[in-house]
Design a protein around this ligand. Sequence first.
Ligand SMILES: Cc1cc2nc3c(=O)[nH]c(=O)nc-3n(C[C@H](O)[C@H](O)[C@H](O)COP(=O)(O)OP(=O)(O)OC[C@H]3O[C@@H](n4cnc5c(N)ncnc54)[C@H](O)[C@@H]3O)c2cc1C
Ligand code: FES
Length: 264
Amino acid sequence: MPVNPSIVDITATVTATSRISSDVTVICLHCPEIAKRAIPGNFVNIKVNDSTQPLLRRPFSIHRVDGESIAIMAKAIGSGTAILCQSPPGSTMQVLGPLGNGFSPPDSSFATALLVSGGIGTAPMLFLEKTLSASGKHVINIIGGRSSGDLLIQNLSNCRTATDDGTAGFRGTAVDLLRHDLPELLDNGPIKVFSCGPNAMLKALAKFCREQHIACEVSLESVMGCGIGICYGCSIEVNAPDGGTETILLCREGAVINAARLVL
Ligand SMILES: Cc1cc2nc3c(=O)[nH]c(=O)nc-3n(C[C@H](O)[C@H](O)[C@H](O)COP(=O)(O)OP(=O)(O)OC[C@H]3O[C@@H](n4cnc5c(N)ncnc54)[C@H](O)[C@@H]3O)c2cc1C
Ligand code: FES
């Protein structure tokens, strides 16, 4: 399959960074060619420095688009993300994107969009919220975390929060909160769920949405190398239309998939 011609690989300059929690930093990158093509749910694959350590690029959701810049929200969990989170304004890095299919554009099948996210999975929700709100949809964020410090609600609207330990919002998971609030949410017409977060959360959410016959799209994570369908590092198994399963490359056919395709 040919590589999508709207994907560009550019040297982007870090224009600003902002640490928003003990291990999460928002990094703004000047990359006009990616900013003008991006849709919510797209990601970029970043070479965090010009050395061979780390050798491979690292994938990050587009958190926000601001004119000619994009922002990413990165959680430091290893060597690549640590370098990225410490990159000072003025430094440059290779950024490949926009990658992946993104969330489906808004349509008339729903009035309220429920953006359900957990942990660093909240990263793509600001861009999605802005796009859905601009199209006239009512948007509600349901955000989960282990504890209050894990909730990344900055700049999001209409947030309902859940924590495993009860230190903020509802005590329980984001899916428990959705189950609790669903009758009230359905009073305002049809809903559609858009989600990103840990696999266990996405599976529980997909199961719940299937039981309730609610449309749901989930943005998945996998190990990724190239980001453009060459290395096969991101192959995952999903439900096939014929009732069996099939293998897809998440970087090309995802990272967003219909939750009905998730193998539970
Ligand atoms: C489509 C996509 C979008 C993503 N968006 C974001 C985002 O917006 N913000 C963000 O912070 N992260 C995001 N990630 C995850 C991010 O790419 C990884 O955290 C990063 O690649 C880790 O690199 P590292 O060098 O710091 O860690 P490494 O040194 O490579 O790994 C450190 C440890 O983390 C584990 N690890 C590596 N990758 C992952 C992963 N994807 N999930 C769980 N554990 C992992 C490793 O097994 C290892 O134990 C996304 C991933 C994908 C596939
Ligand atoms: S990351 Fe290389 S094929 Fe998907």
